[in-house]
Design a protein around this ligand. Structure first.
Ligand code: KG4
Length: 338
């Protein structure tokens, strides 16, 4: 008999539902929330209200697109955390309600596990997936972690940011440049036309495998502030070079620690995940690094880099196979690492 999992993701500002059948993705529907644009960041209360509006049609569409019936489902996987509590509550409550109605189990998923396991989403039987152990560089708006992945439920954080995440560095610097939120994709676009070696920004000197991005942010801020005193149009006239130089510096910081982690662990496979892994420069740099070192690189489809339910469904699928179900008294959690 087939194992069919409905995945539900509602941790931040995307309502998403996906269906995975025996490890193969049948559908992945995402409703993004434009309501936050005018505020320059996600407004939690508005996010949870939008999830409430979106969740029924999104789940319904995912089931229809997969060509299945509700009664075919084996289990419901949902993101339990980390994320915005009000948003998580919508997905969690919906999953519980539907599972009671259908008399099928629920499986709780750590959103970060989902990002890591997104590399196991297959569209076809023969799609190649990573072999354990591998290193996953998880880079998003809230996290920058180097994770040693030993199994689908056995992950060790080798290093993580001690201040800002890589995505925050992109977003905060972009904000100083007057770019809309989130700034990461705008920096990516501008960087393609700029001279990456034009400006130098400071890089951290932190021992071990931890990251720090707040010094870079400060150095970026001071460069712009000083230059604007001499030329009020400095940002406008140099935005591509600023974006390219910023992106290069972030990539160098990321790769520097990744290299150390690969040397320490001797792994043969490197994967990336999280919103920042959509960045063209990051993707190219990881591919080049792995190529040079004879490592296998797993770079996710762009659709699986940001929040999506396909990754929740695949993480839930493995937990389901292991009989690792969740109780109905489980409540969402705002913070947790791997
Ligand atoms: O994983 P994610 O969707 O959720 C959070 O952790 O919040 O990551 C969002 C982050 C934001 O900081 C956004 O600017 C960044 O991912 N991001 C990018 C790109 N696309 C998204 N950063 C750089 N280049 C991109 N193309």
């Amino acid at each position: 008999m087939s194992n069919i999992i409905l995945g539900i993701e509602s941790s931040c500002d995307d309502t998403s539902a996906a269906i995975i059948k025996d490890g193969i993705l049948l559908s992945n529907v995402i409703a993004s929330q434009s309501v936050h644009e005018e505020y320059g960041g996600v407004v939690p209360e508005l996010a949870s209200r939008a999830h409430q509006q979106n969740i029924v049609p999104v789940v319904d569409t995912a089931i229809k697109r997969a060509g299945i019936e509700k009664s075919d489902l084996s289990a419901i996987a949902f993101t339990r955390g980390p994320g915005l509590l009000g948003s998580l509550l919508v997905g969690t409550s919906f999953a519980k309600g539907l599972s009671l109605g259908l008399r099928i189990p629920i499986v709780d998923v750590n959103h970060l596990h989902g990002h890591v396991l997104s590399h196991f989403i297959r569209r076809e039987e023969n799609d190649v997936v990573p072999e354990y152990p591998f290193i996953c560089l998880l880079i998003s708006g809230g996290n920058s972690q180097i994770i040693l992945v030993k199994d689908y439920n056995n992950m060790e954080v080798l290093g993580q940011t001690i201040d800002d995440a890589a995505g925050e560095a992109f977003d905060k610097c972009a904000k100083v440049m007057g770019l809309p939120y989130p700034g990461g994709p705008h920096i990516d676009r501008l960087a393609a036309e700029g001279d990456a070696n034009r400006f130098k920004f400071s890089k951290p000197h932190i021992p071990g495998l931890n990251y720090s991005f707040s010094g870079l942010k400060t150095s970026f801020l001071y460069t712009l502030r000083d230059a604007k005193k001499l030329d009020p149009d400095f940002i406008e006239n140099n935005k591509a070079d600023l974006a390219a130089s910023l992106q290069r510096t972030i990539i160098e910081i990321l790769i520097d620690k990744l290299k150390k982690a690969v040397d320490q662990t001797g792994v043969k496979t490197v994967a990336i995940g999280g919103g920042v892994s959509a960045n063209s420069g990051v993707r190219q740099a990881i591919a080049d690094f792995c190529d040079k070192r004879g490592l296998k690189a797993f770079i996710p489809e762009r659709a699986f880099t940001t929040d999506n339910a396909a990754m929740v469904a695949i993480a839930g699928y493995y937990k389901y196979l292991a009989g690792d179900f969740c109780h109905y008294d489980a409540v969402p959690y705002a913070r947790v690492t791997i």
